[in-house]
Design a protein around this ligand. Structure first.
Ligand code: PLP
Length: 383
């Protein structure tokens, strides 16, 4: 019998929690009304379920239910946030400042805006650990900014950004802030930080919820008229996905602290095993400001795509972000961090989740070490 596969690619997406799946199915079967049909009980029940989910999303990030606008994921929420910012800017082009390690969903929206002449972008560099400096943010803000885009935590190296402090600086300088919390929400406490949120984005499938549902959170955004540029007819609300999203947020709020401690301990065990088993391996990202489930390493003399391919049948990990892995595209994040070429070529993104067990981690360590050694031998043999 072959050993069961091990999933270590939680930054790409997470397995759905069975309690979340139960909430989705229940909503789908029992609460099938259209939440816009407020003239009968079926519609009102569906609307109540959407409201209950909005309350859970809001509680996870410290907002109010009327601030939660459901979307088809984090990417459309980002586009919506940028369109709102454009619409609310005193003059165009919108003056944007963004970190160089934002997710492609942000980068592509900004590139399109610049190409269309609707915005200008000032880039904010990161240090070798993939963290922005508040001094650099302050300097950029001095030049005049309408919208600051700063992710809460990076989806490749897991570096947690000083987003709360950045919001304070930006607001003092009269700028709004878009916080892409897609990787951080449900892993890093946000609600307790009492943030003055302009635009905050999260996505259900990163927190053991269904795919294709996310939210844009910001003051009274739930019912704000959509920006002119995006005001197409809106589809009927995906109530089951939203119900699952709400349940996923509820579970994260209650279980995050304990889960993340346990996951960090597993991550540290895997890190120790890889450091001991692969000579020359380095850990990328910040040792102190890192998501508890992130382990990003570089292995010498072993191209990362070969290692990932070697493990593909047994262990799921990745060379970088999901959207570029497999395409051999260099990571803009590792480049922005100024990592040397071998560290970029040998980069492996390993990301854990709440269902990983100590046995899995032990087995994964052995398999990853063996795969790296196999690839290194093959490379050496061809030289
Ligand atoms: N932002 C970050 C930081 C992400 O990691 C992702 C997903 O990879 C996204 C945005 C896009 O999320 P979604 O798949 O919900 O559009």
């Amino acid at each position: 019998m072959t050993a069961p596969r091990i999933y270590l690619d939680h930054h790409a997406t997470t397995p759905v929690d069975s309690r979340v799946a139960a909430a989705v199915v229940e909503a789908m079967m029992e609460v099938f009304g259209n939440p816009n049909s407020m003239h009968h009980a079926f519609g009102r029940e569906a609307a109540a379920l959407v409201d209950a989910s909005a309350r859970e999303v809001a509680r996870l990030v410290g907002a109010e239910p009327e601030d939660v606008r459901f979307t088809g994921g984090a990417s459309p929420a980002i586009q919506l946030a940028i369109a709102f910012a454009e619409e609310r800017a005193p003059t165009l082009p919108l003056r944007v400042a963004a970190s160089t390690i934002e997710h492609p969903a942000v980068l592509e929206a900004l590139e399109r805006g610049v190409a269309a002449g609707r915005m200008t972008v000032d880039w904010i560099n990161v240090d070798e650990d993939g963290v922005v400096s508040l001094n650099e943010i302050a300097m950029v803000l001095e030049r005049g900014v309408d919208l600051l885009c700063l992710m809460a935590a990076n989806n490749e190296v897991g570096s947690i950004q000083p987003f709360a402090e950045a919001i304070g600086l930006a607001h003092d300088a009269g700028a709004a802030v878009l916080v892409d919390a897609t990787q951080a929400a449900g892993r890093v406490p946000i609600a307790t930080r009492n943030l003055d949120i302009d635009y905050l984005v999260l996505s259900a499938h990163k927190i053991y919820g269904p795919k294709g549902v996310g939210a844009l959170v910001g003051l009274d955004l739930a019912d704000a008229a959509p920006p002119e540029r995006l005001s197409d007819h809106v589809s009927t609300t995906n109530v089951p996905a939203i119900a699952g999203f709400g349940e996923a947020c509820r579970l994260r709020r209650l279980e995050m602290a304990e889960d993340e401690l346990r996951i960090a301990a597993l991550r540290d065990r895997l890190q120790d095993a890889l450091l001991a088993g692969v000579s020359g391996l380095v850990v990328n990202g910040s040792p102190t400001r890192r998501l508890s489930n992130n382990l990003h390493v570089s292995v010498p003399d072993a191209p990362n795509d070969a290692v990932v391919a070697h493990l593909a049948a047994t262990i799921a990990l990745s060379t970088g972000a999901a959207c570029v892995s497999g395409a051999d595209a260099p990571s803009h994040v590792l480049r922005a961090m100024g990592l040397s070429q071998w560290r970029q070529d040998g980069a492996l993104r390993i990301s854990l989740g709440r269902f990983n067990t100590p046995e899995e981690i032990e087995r994964a360590a052995g398999a990853i070490i063996a795969a790296v050694r196999d690839v290194q031998s093959l490379v050496e043999a061809t030289h």
